[in-house]
Design a protein around this ligand. Structure first.
Ligand code: SAH
Length: 487
């Protein structure tokens, strides 16, 4: 490799057409091939494909090329089940056999833990449990957000953004979307057409309807339809309500009923989908869903895991790793609507949840009441502020036997990790949606006296490159640490 470095940029240039074999897959599911030692990233190409590509962009050490033709398909290649698979930005692994998606995700987690986390490959091999896959990886999502806009001919459309653009592909029969979505989106569009309600135009910031947000409580069948609008109200909203209530979203299955219709006001010129204000049109501004024995109330603004079947497996794993006996004080950081907190509260002495979104904490408190749970306390605020503050207030006596963290992709703030190390919980259960930041944070904790004991992936997002991971760290024996220091 190093020898080739000097000549690298000369190997190929923009618009060159080349043939090569794909040898690996990048962190976002893109194929990786080498042309005379020069690395090219090729979207939609798979390991062992022999492909013809067109070079799009070259940097010093690597470049990007477009897949033009598959000369010899990889043995792992399958027919994409979605007609918009290649254009849509939602999925990246449509053409990879599901079993291979799982093994790739397993390797991805292991790779991050060794490369970024600095853990020995042998140790990772030994402790990693097999990834939990889905029995049926299609139509698993309980939440969708369809952008509404116009196509090139000026027709009203709703669907998904094409990869890396904001062009709307009018595809509603999404392979991973909920089976109820299509009916609902059709009803909204037909209402808009009939009453001349405009769609939002991103370039001018004018027009009304921006997105259709749909959430389905898989266990209760309750459905929320929330229209994100660039305004305060919707003309003839009663007609929309009427249409939605008259339809059976899931064909003949009467379990699924629209129980909440609302508006969300977003008048900002922004890519952020939701604004802060929710206006009810019909029913409550939330729906309910159950995971195991616990019932949850979910508002449009709160985070809730999108794959209900896999969420159950994820939380069971976290509960199992926490190893609760009933006497523990548990902290659940980044708790959202209290999902994990309440799931664990049944087996703990008490649970303390921390979450930055105030409305999620309102839901969490309400959820505790709804389930008659009275050993859970919730704090609004950033985990990296609340936990150090409570620790200081307690004069360093704040007790946690088990801490669960479930941060967003960027992982935990170092201030928080440092405070956890001071608090010295017996166990830390880390739930992560990004193996790279997980590995970074585990490295920090491993250097400060915590030992990585168990790791397990969970496929929450089939056909995408994302993967969820649960890891268990245990406090090393005092003796182990002293011995190590003396050495
Ligand atoms: N454990 C929950 C939510 C996990 S998603 C569940 O399984 O449903 C991560 C959550 O962290 C989101 O609810 C997000 O609002 C919250 N969050 C983001 N940054 C935060 C921070 N700095 N402190 C506390 N919570 C934060």
């Amino acid at each position: 490799m190093a020898k080739n470095k000097k000549q690298m940029t000369a190997v190929c240039k923009k618009n060159d057409e080349l043939q090569l074999e794909i040898i690996d897959m990048g962190s976002q599911g893109e194929g990786i091939g080498r042309y005379q030692g020069y690395t090219l990233f090729i979207k939609d190409a798979l390991p062992f494909d022999v492909v013809k590509v067109k070079v799009m962009k070259t940097n010093k050490n690597f470049g990007f090329a477009r897949l033009m033709e598959i000369v010899k398909p990889s043995p792992f290649r399958v027919e994409s089940q979605c007609p918009s698979g290649r254009r849509c930005g939602g999925c990246q692994l449509q053409h990879l056999a599901y079993e291979k998606q799982l093994s790739w995700k397993q390797d991805k987690i292991a790779g991050c833990l060794t490369r970024i986390g600095g853990f020995a490959p042998d140790k990772i091999q030994e402790i990693m449990e097999p990834i939990m896959g889905m029995e049926n990886p299609t139509h698993y999502r309980n939440k969708s957000q369809y952008p509404v806009g116009y196509d090139k001919e000026g027709n009203l459309v709703a669907g998904f953004y094409a990869g890396r653009t904001h062009d709307i592909i009018p595809e509603r029969n999404c392979l991973i979307g909920n089976a109820c979505d299509q009916q609902i989106v059709d009803q909204v569009l037909s209402y808009m057409k009939e009453y001349g309600v405009s769609a939002y135009k991103e370039n001018t910031g004018t027009g009304l309807v921006r997105h259709i947000l749909i959430r389905v409580g898989e266990s209760t069948g309750q459905i929320m339809v929330c229209l994100v609008i660039n305004g305060k109200s919707l003309p003839k909203s009663d007609k929309l309500v009427q249409r939605l209530l008259e339809c059976t979203p899931n064909g003949t299955d009467e379990k699924y009923k629209i129980t909440s219709i609302c508006l969300n006001e977003n008048r900002e010129k922004t890519n952020v989908i939701l604004g802060n204000k929710v206006i009810p049109l019909y029913g409550e501004t939330y729906i309910e869903d159950c995971i195991g024995q616990v019932k949850y109330r979910i508002s449009p603004l709160s985070f809730y895991q999108v794959n209900p079947g896999q969420t159950r497996k994820l939380y069971d794993t976290a509960l199992n790793y926490a190893g609760l006996t009933g006497n523990e004080k548990v902290w659940d950081l980044y708790c959202g609507i209290g999902t994990i907190s309440l799931f664990l509260s049944q087996k703990a002495d008490s649970v303390f949840g921390v979450e930055i979104v105030p409305q999620a904490i309102e839901d969490a408190k309400e959820n505790a009441k709804l389930n008659g749970i009275n050993n859970a306390t919730f704090f609004v605020g950033a985990a990296e502020e609340v936990v150090p503050r409570e620790y200081e207030k307690s004069d360093g006596k704040l007790r946690a036997d088990v801490v669960v963290v479930d941060p967003p992709r960027k992982g935990c703030d170092e201030v928080l990790l440092q405070t956890l190390v001071q608090m010295q919980p017996e166990k830390i259960v880390y739930v992560s949606c990004d193996p790279a930041t997980l590995a970074r944070d585990l490295k920090f904790l491993a250097e400060k006296g915590y030992e990585l004991q168990r790791v397990r992936g969970c496929d929450m997002f089939g056909f995408s490159y994302h993967v969820e991971t649960v890891a268990l760290l245990s406090k090393k024996n005092y003796n182990d640490i002293v011995l190590k220091k003396r050495r």
